[in-house]
Design a protein around this ligand. Structure first.
Ligand SMILES: O=P(O)(O)OC[C@H]1O[C@H](O[C@H]2O[C@H](CO)[C@@H](O)[C@H](O)[C@H]2O)[C@H](O)[C@@H](O)[C@@H]1O
Length: 377
């Protein structure tokens, strides 16, 4: 076999660039489009990031093959398989050259932010809290909470999560932050304690509110439909839904996918994507974490400013929408949290939530020192 580098684009590398994205049009005939693979760094294998599947054909042999190939690719790219790969170490070093550690690059990052207002955006699961089997027990450590609290005293700070906003708030419990739940479709400003709140304490933005009854309906149907699959868990994230398969036997993944798909084919205004061992269902509106980032920058008064420096830290595929926006704006940068090489538009990397905490502490320390230095002038 020829030795080549491999970029794993999925969060956690459990699913190597093989997200299922079911593009649902208003017609009942869905068109299958194999998306052209994104161009990866030279020497890297880059497999199509999204597969738009023909829902009708999923019942046919061709469709069954597609499901099998999807499940196979999930297995083939699981961490166990990747660890046994002979070229992983080599990939790691080449990838880290392209996405250096934000800790190692701290001084350069600070230099780039000079004279600009840093605005912090952070994802929750896998970024501020470690990934755990039970989504209801993804607690944040007290040390991380204290650190985020200090960050929010220094910079406008937002948590941007796929979760329901109330749920992520229950985990974080810091009233001074902005929260963007449901992948950015439910944004609320700080309740108190933030010098950056701009007087807005209520809900700032809910672009998918008309989908609320539909999401509730689909939630109930999915709970009913998937109850025969041991380990499957449906989570209601208010404007979107998650069907977790972390605790589902691999042999049952295709069955679960078919259950989800059988519900969704009746709801062409919802789309299906895949995250870290989770199928995510959300409205087909043009809104994502990147749009939420832009909305928040605007709310903070930085819409057309050149003196703003947004930093977005995230671990999942949905965070790529925000990384992309930062690249396009040419402002600030994205930091991908990952232990293994993945295809990403983020500039820097951190390995795990513990490193995220180190990075945040260094930021706070730097800010305090610069305030002290200024006050002595
Ligand atoms: O945008 P995020 O804050 O990263 O939310 C994405 C999903 O996070 C949660 O699921 C993930 O974390 C769980 C707890 O560690 C883990 O069990 C699961 O396998 C991961 O996919 C959350 O439960 C989902 O609803 C979010 O969509």
């Amino acid at each position: 076999m020829t030795k080549q580098n491999v970029v794993v684009s999925d969060a956690e590398a459990e699913i190597m660039n093989m997200a299922i994205s079911v593009a649902v049009s208003n017609s009942s005939i869905f068109t299958a489009v194999a998306e052209k693979p994104p161009v990866g760094p030279p020497g890297y294998i880059s497999i199509s990031r999204k597969r738009f599947l023909n829902l009708k054909n999923l019942d046919s042999i061709n469709g069954a093959e597609r499901i099998n190939s999807w499940v196979d690719s999930m297995r083939a790219s699981s961490p166990t398989h990747l660890k046994s790969s002979s070229f992983l170490k080599e990939d790691q070093s080449s990838w880290i050259l392209q996405h250096p550690s934000a800790l190692d690059m701290f001084e350069q990052i600070i230099d780039a932010s000079k004279g600009k207002q840093i605005v912090m955006f952070m994802d929750y699961d896998g970024t501020l809290s470690p990934i755990v089997e039970d989504p209801d027990r993804a607690f944040m450590s007290d040390a991380m909470r204290k650190t985020v609290k200090k960050v929010a005293r220094c910079f406008p700070t937002a948590i941007v999560s796929g979760r329901c906003r109330d749920k992520v708030y229950k985990f974080v419990r810091l009233a001074e932050l902005y929260y963007a739940g449901s992948h950015g479709m439910d944004i609320k400003g700080p309740a108190k304690g933030s010098k950056y709140k701009k007087g807005s304490q209520g809900v700032l933005c809910q672009p998918a509110s008309e989908f609320l009854p539909m999401i509730d309906e689909v939630y109930k149907l999915l709970v009913e439909k998937t109850k025969s699959t041991p380990g499957a868990k449906v989570e209601n994230n208010k404007f979107c839904l998650s069907v977790h398969f972390r605790c589902v036997d691999e042999k049952k993944w295709s069955e679960l996918f078919l259950q989800v798909r059988s519900v969704l084919k009746e709801y062409p205004k919802l789309r299906l994507t895949q995250g870290r061992k989770v199928l995510e269902i959300r409205p087909t509106i043009k809104w994502d974490k990147g749009k939420a980032l832009e909305f928040l920058l605007e709310s903070l008064g930085y819409a057309n400013c050149t003196n703003v420096f947004p930093v977005y830290i995230g671990d999942d595929r949905t965070d790529e929408d925000a990384f992309k926006i930062l690249r396009e704006r040419g402002q600030g940068f994205g930091i991908l949290v990952s232990k293994i090489p993945k295809e990403t538009t983020a500039t820097y990397s951190l390995q795990e939530p513990a490193e995220v905490m180190d990075f945040l502490q260094r930021l706070v320390e730097w800010k305090r020192q610069s305030i002290r230095a200024h006050s002595m002038l």
